[in-house]
Design a protein around this ligand. Structure first.
Ligand SMILES: C[S@@+](CC[C@H](N)C(=O)[O-])C[C@H]1O[C@@H](n2cnc3c(N)ncnc32)[C@H](O)[C@@H]1O
Length: 436
């Protein structure tokens, strides 16, 4: 397919996403099935165009003065890909399979429209209903934070220290030009190709042998700040597919006992194979079994309980731009309720003097600071550790991290704009030691 034909296809796919209100991934999959002639390069380029349009949906509509699929695509080429009006016109030449030529109005807008007078939610490309929540966290910087969330995310790897050192992984992946992470001593970052495509990392021997995992640097930092004690007893209560479980196991040097649980059996399923691949021998997976309390024997025994809570995922919009427009106020309310329930459940496993780490990939105070305050209000035996203490788990880098991030008494907030990671909130609470 020519670049112009790919653009036409992107306009068509965006049209279906908007009219049918369907997830972008599903619509792209359907398009692939009904256009068998398209090769993998075409499909990758198409999906990159579509996701880039979704990243900048509000700002593209603003500069083009309308929200048609075509306007969104043209606006994105200008704002997201930096094409000038001549370059856009060259793609829209009206030839077979190409979009129709630019109208006079489109040419004028692509030439001179700006975002100068746009409201924050447009400059920041996020849903208007979230403006008050984001203003509460970022104030006047909310548009800039939103704009950073509209960029593409790099590919971050975590080196599995159970299998080898960072320099070994760097050597094995030298052809991908990995760069050490800014904060996590375990991180390697790989830049995406110009069209947003990531290299096929999961086919690399280093990945197949468990030397590296795909994990955003913010997620890596969250587990490091939780500081799992080597030789200790740790419960990963919302383990999902095990991203943080594997890191905790490595941070514990394979010593002590790490229990991994998730109340969704299907989400937990990949963990078994991943634990094998990573060589994490101290992990014991506890699968839910109906109404049975499969964690009852862990009550009051854990040095650390990690709650990587279900959340709105507002901090990961770079990776899932479709999600920001699909999110609804009802979903936020539901997540807030779940988080409080999970925290209350987590408390029972923490031994006196033990710690409870609460992590979200959300930017919203409602899910972060307010949850910690409400929890410590309900459970006076717990108090939040100041981030000045928790960042020490990262040594010198921790001090710089705290300066870059948003530092609140309840926890630390990382954002793409501030720390060049996904958005993550990390709070560590300690349970008072038992009275003598
Ligand atoms: C953010 S995801 C976890 C991601 C995972 N820790 C990782 O690093 O790959 C949140 C998880 O919480 C789980 N969850 C939701 N409600 C739960 C509950 N009441 N108890 C335990 N897990 C729950 C979800 O199934 C989901 O897998």
């Amino acid at each position: 397919m020519t670049p112009a034909a790919r653009l036409s296809a992107a306009i068509e796919v965006i049209g279906t996403i908007l009219s049918d209100r369907r997830p972008a991934a599903d619509v792209l999959k359907d398009w692939g099935r009904s256009h068998r002639f398209a090769g993998s390069g075409d499909r990758a380029a198409l999906s990159s165009l579509v996701y880039d349009v979704l990243r900048r949906r509000a700002s593209s509509a603003f500069i083009m003065g309308e929200e048609t699929p075509r306007a969104l695509a043209l606006g994105m080429l200008r704002l997201g890909r930096g094409l000038d009006v001549e370059a856009v016109a060259a793609l829209c030449d009206g030839s077979r399979f190409a979009p129709a030529p630019l109208s006079g109005a489109e040419t004028a807008r692509l030439t001179s429209a700006t975002l100068d007078d746009a409201p924050a939610h447009v400059r920041g490309d996020y849903p208007e209903w979230l403006d008050a929540s984001l203003a509460a966290v970022f104030g006047e910087e909310r548009a800039a934070e939103g704009a950073a969330l509209a960029e593409r995310a790099p590919l971050d790897l975590r080196v599995n220290s159970l299998k080898g050192a960072v320099d070994k992984a760097e050597q094995q992946l030298a052809h991908l030009n990995p760069v050490p992470g800014q904060w996590s001593p375990l991180a390697l970052r790989i830049a995406l190709e110009a069209d947003g495509k990531a290299p096929p990392l999961t086919a690399e021997p280093a990945y197949l042998k468990g030397l590296v995992e795909i994990q955003d640097e913010g997620s890596q930092i969250a587990a490091i700040l939780a500081a799992p004690p080597r030789g200790g007893q740790v419960l990963d209560l919302c383990a999902g597919g095990g991203g943080k479980t594997l890191e905790l196991a490595a941070l514990m040097d394979g010593a002590g006992q790490l229990y991994a649980y998730d109340d969704d059996l299907r989400r937990l399923a990949p963990i078994h194979e991943r634990v094998q691949r990573a060589g994490a021998h101290n992990v014991q997976v506890r699968s839910p079994r109906g109404k049975a309390d499969v964690l009852a024997d862990l009550e009051g025994r854990m040095d650390l309980v990690l709650v990587d809570a279900p959340c709105t995922g507002t901090g990961t919009w770079r990776r899932n731009p479709d999600a920001k427009w699909r999110m609804r106020p009802g979903a936020l309310a539901e997540r807030i309720k779940e988080q409080a329930e999970i925290l209350d459940n987590a408390a029972r496993f923490v031994k006196p003097g033990g710690r409870l780490a609460y992590i979200t990939c959300s930017l919203l105070d409602e899910e972060n600071v307010a949850q910690v305050r409400a929890f410590t209000g309900r459970h006076p035996a717990f108090r939040a550790l100041p981030p000045a203490d928790t960042v020490l788990a990262l040594g010198e880098r921790g001090i710089a991290l705290r300066e870059a991030a948003i530092d609140r008494p309840e926890g630390l907030l990382l954002t793409p704009r501030r720390t060049r990671t996904d958005g993550f909130f990390v709070a560590v609470m300690v349970r008072a030691a038992a009275a003598r």
